[in-house]
Design a protein around this ligand. Structure first.
Ligand SMILES: *Cc1c(COP(=O)(O)O)cnc(C)c1O
Length: 401
């Protein structure tokens, strides 16, 4: 896996002051075992061959870079290109990481797979790769999300995995993550925990970033082929931050490309009802790493609000916190209503129905295209397809089946 001039995280898992391994002692051995296995395998030719062969034959990579002509005309200036992660097997970028991590599990001889999930996409991606290798699989999901994403819950069950609904806290992603960590502490000997974003303790943020960075690597070549330069800007939505990190990472050393992460503004940043820790949070420790968080004065995690289950998380990957503080990436937020408007707009103009998460990235094109010259090439990372969100959108539009 290629790195850039910063070569982070450091040996302790830090990106500047963010990251680390804030976990119970019982997990330290498991994290070290994982880190050692990964470091040993990642540059080995047979491992790379296995990983890239799965990405092409099972996932369907490379994903196209597609010119969005009607959307570009709609904004009246600049060219908008879509990196089509929605066309991957299972419909989102998450499969890139699970295909990689299940290979690590296989090499470590683990027989039991666990994962947390929010929107259900990571649960589906994990159950998919576990089914392919015939491994026992348990998915932790907030009870609230089980209700919101019933289609994905059923998909996970069809794939032979067990879904555990988590009732604690707000019964969303952060609670599912807590429960998955608890399972891992108890069953660490035979269990591999596939984390679904660039979050959690070291080495996860690094591993998930590296496996997803195939997206940015492809984009470098595709940009040369399609418009003979590097993009002027890349726009990606940020929940935990894995689709954004995957497309940003190979561009960190390419200063002419602006990197723009879009968080979930929920009801609006000023209302406090959102899921935008990089826009309106403070540094603290959650789920094993130090990063920007939504927390109150005493350090209690605050409730989040987003129309999109996949962005509804009070934390963010530590590398994004670092990129924000050094000024290499910009982080903005768009509200639920703006994301919904963009969902309809892109569907009608392009015949591509984006996930509600992805719709946040699209919604930022309005302000962005206004500030850029007509020659600008902007790439939107289409992190996933919107089929899973049709019930949510229908309910908001007042449609009953
Ligand atoms: C899970 C998900 C996200 C958010 O996760 P990141 O780790 O921030 O990428 C975004 N888009 C889609 C389609 C998802 O399924």
């Amino acid at each position: 896996m290629k790195s850039n001039k910063f070569n982070l995280p450091d040996n302790n898992g830090f990106f500047g002051e963010f990251g680390g391994k804030f976990v119970p002692e019982t997990l330290m051995y498991a994290l070290e075992e994982l880190e050692n296995t990964y470091n040993e395998l990642k540059d080995r030719e047979d491992f790379q061959k296995e990983f890239y062969s799965d990405l092409s034959n099972f996932v369907g990579r490379p994903s196209p870079l597609y010119f969005a002509e009607r959307l570009s005309n709609h904004y009246g200036s600049g060219s908008i290109w879509l990196k089509r992660e929605d066309l991957n097997h299972t419909g989102a970028h998450k499969i890139n990481n699970t295909v990689g991590q299940i290979l690590l599990a296989k090499h470590m001889g683990k027989k039991r797979i666990i994962a947390e999930t929010g929107a259900g996409q990571h649960g589906v991606a994990t159950a998919t790769v576990a089914a392919r290798l015939g491994l026992e699989c348990h998915i932790y999901m907030g009870a609230e999300d089980v209700k919101r994403q019933s289609l994905n819950v059923y998909r996970i069950k069809l794939l032979g995995a067990e879904v555990h609904a988590v009732d604690s806290g707000t019964a969303t992603l952060k609670d599912a993550l807590n429960e998955a960590l608890r399972d891992w502490v108890t069953n660490v000997d035979d269990t591999y925990y596939i984390i679904g974003s660039v979050t959690g303790p070291h080495p996860y943020p690094m591993i998930v970033r590296d496996f997803n960075s195939v997206v940015g690597q492809e984009l470098i070549h595709q940009s040369k082929d399609s418009f003979n330069s590097m993009p002027d800007a890349i726009v990606a939505c940020v929940g935990g931050g894995s689709n954004a990190m995957g497309i940003f990472y190979p561009f960190i050393d390419i200063p002419e490309t602006r990197l723009i992460g879009v968080e979930a503004g929920g009801n609006g940043i000023s209302t406090g009802e959102h899921a935008a820790p990089l826009n309106d949070g403070t540094p603290g420790v959650l789920h094993g790493a130090r990063s920007y968080l939504m927390q109150d004065e005493s350090g209690q995690i605050m409730d989040t609000k987003s129309v999109s289950a996949g962005l509804d998380y009070p934390g963010v990957g530590p590398e994004h916190s670092w990129l924000k503080d050094i000024g290499r990436a910009e982080y903005v937020a768009v509200n639920d209503d703006e994301a919904l408007k963009a969902f309809h707009e892109v569907t009608e103009l392009e015949g591509i129905m984006p996930a509600l998460e992805t719709a946040h990235a699209f919604a930022y094109l309005g302000p962005l295209m206004k500030e850029l010259p007509d020659t600008a090439n902007v790439v939107v990372n289409v992190s996933g397809r919107g089929d899973k969100d049709i019930n949510t959108v229908a309910e908001i539009d007042g449609i009953k089946f």
